[in-house]
Every structure is written in structure tokens, then in C-alpha cells.
Write a protein that binds this ligand. Structure first.
Ligand SMILES: *Cc1c(COP(=O)(O)O)cnc(C)c1O
Length: 392
């Protein structure tokens, strides 16, 4: 295994199909497969459906080729959480707008983001953070979002615990931003994998209460990420219900005439167009050991949410099916937690040397993988056959 984080290239090798890849290479290490036309279709649909500016949350998938595909499909704005992410997007396309949307930053990161990469949008959630930000950037040419904490039970990962100001403290924060010369704006993030569109309506209602008490009008409201994706055993509402909930409740807000709503999808844009292929390395009855696990491809399964990805088995470069049985999957490391949480249905004669391909893997797998125990794969390829699809 090559334990060399950071060796990703912008232009991965191309194969016409997963079958061709498996026949040509019979890969020993895990392979991530990018399907450009899948990213194009899902991204175009999101951009067309969302009622405002779409900011891709880079942390969900930071592969340069994926970012390039999202840009080609119409994404022009990027939600970045570090100077590294800002620089990455800037290198790929200078004309895209980078937003530095995290209230905690390394010293001078905001300064360099503005000086070197022209970033104009930042976020704070406390007066102490505002003073630090104002010392690093030119407030007169910046938009500063005050982030409000909103708790709603439909959000699986509650992102309001560490970040966000209390609703009652929002007016003072917005006044303070304005008094320092920046354009004040408001942001919230209800969570990740938000299971009910009404969570956005609830948060926008809290926003309305804040806005109605202000003596000035805002232009930009950022409703964050959290648009979910369906996985096996984990069905969620269609995205259009979320778009409608945001559009209808946004329309009730007292805002400037040139107001815009911003959304920060990570998972919804990143998940669809990528699969990952692993090899079975040992079978012990109904327990399979595979060449990657909870510290790599399946990193995000440690969080509450879905337990499984769609899967298909391959043998000798062909899809292998037949009668199935439930298997427990284990990663290759020595750690006692390296077991996938959900049982996986696979052909009951599955054996070492077979490959397993998991679909919808593009969110928080590649970007979360570690080199724990020396297992790490930068084997990333593009599958460009127009009829090729990841398992779904
Ligand atoms: C993680 C994150 C997102 C993206 O979340 P998804 O659930 O992947 O859509 C968006 N905005 C902020 C501030 C985040 O922290």
C-alpha cells in the first residue's frame, strides 16, 4: 500500500468501463471511480432546482477532477472551510467565487484568503471572532455573515452545537458587523442529512424573527447544507421538496429588493458520481475481510445516518450475481472498530479475489480517508463510458 496522502493528480487515468478497468489491472488496492456524466446530470439538476446561489461545500469531496466537473455543470460558488480549500478552488478556476464559511480560522488565513485569492465573504458567530476577522481583512469590501444556531430534530448530525450564535444575540452581531463597515448577512446550517424539509422552514422562520427587529435590511441569507441522499435502507424525500420549502419560506422574509438565498450542498452534489472498488482478501464464513474499511472509503459510516452503500460484486471482470446472503464486512487494519455497521447482501459464493463495488460513495469518503495502519489509496480513475453507472 502507498501511504502517501496528497499525491492526487488533477487528471486521473481514464477507462471506458469498470469491467475494462478490472480486466486490465485486477487492482490489489482500493480504486475510486469517477463517472463524469453522472456528476454532470445530478449537478445540473441541483443547480436548476435550487432557488438561489449554489455553493459547493468543498469538504464533502475535494478531488480536483470532481470540482472541475461541478464547475462544468454550472457551480460557480464554493463554500470553503480553510485557506487550503480556498487555494484549491482558486487554482482550478480563478473566476469562481470562494467563500470562507467557517467561524474558526488559523491565524492570518482570512488575511491571505482575501489578499491572495480575493475572498470577500466570511462568517462569524461571536463578537470575539468579529474583532479577529476585522483585524485581518478590509471590512469595507467584505460581506460578513453572522451564523445563527438552529436546532431541529430532523437533522442527523447537529452542526449547531459547536457553531452558531443564539437567536437573541443575532441583532447585536449584525449591528456590530455593520458598524465595522462590512455588509452584514445571515447564515445558518441546520445539520447534515436533514430528513425533513420543514427543518429549513423552521430555521427561516427564526430568521424572519431576527430580521423583523432590525432597523436595516439584509441582502444575503445562507441556508447552509444538509440536503440528504438516499442509500439502501435509508430513504429520504426528493430534493425538490427541499427546494420548495426554501423558496416558499424565503419569499416571506423582509429583505432588500436584490436579495438572494444561498445554499451549501456538500453530500447532495458529491455523492452520486463516484464508486469505490475493494477486493475481498479473506472469507471466514459470513465475515469478509476487504482491503479497505472504516479508516478509508467507509470513513463516514462511523456517524449516525446511513449504514450501507449500494453494492455489486465482480468476478474476473464481470458482474457476479446469484443467490445472496448477508455478510459482515471488515476492513484490513488491526483496530477493533474496523467493521462496517450494516450487513451487506452479496452472492453467497463470494470469495477472496472477487471485487466489490460500492456506489454513491462520493461524499465524505475520499475526503475523509486516513493512512491509519499504512492503508491508503490514491488510486482514482475516471470511467468515461456514457452507459456506465455506479451501483445505485
Ligand atoms: C459540512 C457543511 C456543509 C455541507 O453539508 P452537507 O450535509 O454535506 O450538505 C455546508 N455548510 C457548512 C457550514 C458545513 O459545515
Amino acid at each position: 500500500m502507498s501511504a502517501r496522502p496528497g499525491a492526487v493528480t488533477d487528471t486521473p487515468p481514464r477507462h471506458s468501463s469498470v469491467a475494462a478497468l478490472l480486466r486490465a489491472e485486477s487492482p490489489r488496492e482500493p480504486v475510486y471511480c469517477i463517472f463524469p456524466h453522472v456528476y454532470r446530470e445530478s449537478t445540473e439538476a441541483f443547480v436548476a432546482g435550487f432557488p438561489g446561489r449554489v455553493l459547493f461545500a468543498v469538504k464533502a469531496n475535494n478531488h480536483p477532477a470532481v470540482i472541475r466537473m461541478l464547475i462544468d455543470a454550472g457551480v460557480r460558488h464554493f463554500d470553503c472551510a480553510s485557506l487550503e480549500e480556498v487555494a484549491l478552488v482558486d487554482r482550478i478556476d480563478q473566476n469562481c467565487t470562494k467563500y470562507f464559511m467557517v467561524p474558526t480560522r488559523i491565524r492570518d488565513a482570512a488575511r491571505f484568503a482575501q489578499e491572495r485569492h480575493g475572498v470577500r465573504h466570511f462568517v462569524i458567530d461571536h463578537p470575539a471572532g468579529l474583532d479577529k476577522l476585522a483585524a485581518e481583512i478590509d471590512m469595507a469590501r467584505s460581506v460578513v455573515f453572522a451564523r445563527m444556531a438552529v436546532h431541529h430534530e430532523a437533522a442527523l448530525a447537529d452542526l449547531s452545537i459547536r457553531f452558531g450564535a443564539k437567536q437573541d444575540d443575532m441583532p447585536a452581531l449584525l449591528h456590530a458587523i455593520r458598524n465595522l463597515g462590512a455588509e452584514p448577512a445571515l447564515a445558518f446550517n441546520v445539520g447534515s442529512s436533514v430528513l425533513d424539509p420543514s427543518a429549513y422552514e423552521y430555521a427561516i422562520e427564526r430568521t424572519r424573527e431576527v430580521l423583523e427587529g432590525l432597523p436595516f435590511r439584509l441582502r444575503l441569507i445562507d441556508v447552509g447544507g444538509g440536503y440528504p441522499k438516499s442509500y439502501p435502507g435509508f430513504q429520504v424525500p426528493e430534493l425538490e421538496h427541499y427546494f420548495r420549502a426554501v423558496a416558499d419560506s424565503f419569499a416571506t422574509l423582509p429583505l432588500r429588493d436584490d436579495a438572494e438565498v444561498l445554499g451549501e450542498p456538500g453530500r447532495a452534489l458529491a455523492a452520486p458520481g463516484m464508486s469505490a472498488i475493494v477486493e475481498v482478501i479473506l472469507r471466514k464464513d459470513q465475515r469478509l475481510f476487504i482491503n479497505d474499511g472504516m479508516f478509508g472509503i467507509f470513513w463516514e459510516l462511523r456517524y449516525e445516518g446511513h449504514e450501507r452503500y449500494p453494492v455489486r460484486a465482480w468476478r474476473d471482470g464481470q458482474v457476479h450475481d446469484g443467490e445472496t446472503a448477508a455478510f459482515q464486512l471488515n476492513g484490513p487494519t488491526c483496530d477493533g472498530t474496523d467493521t462496517l455497521p450494516g450487513a451487506v447482501e452479496l452472492p453467497n459464493d463470494v470469495r477472496p479475489g472477487d471485487h466489490l463495488e460500492f456506489g454513491h460513495i462520493g461524499a465524505y469518503s475520499l475526503s475523509g480517508r486516513t493512512d491509519f495502519n499504512g492503508y491508503y489509496s490514491d488510486n482514482i480513475v475516471i470511467i468515461d463510458g456514457a452507459a456506465e453507472h455506479p451501483p445505485s
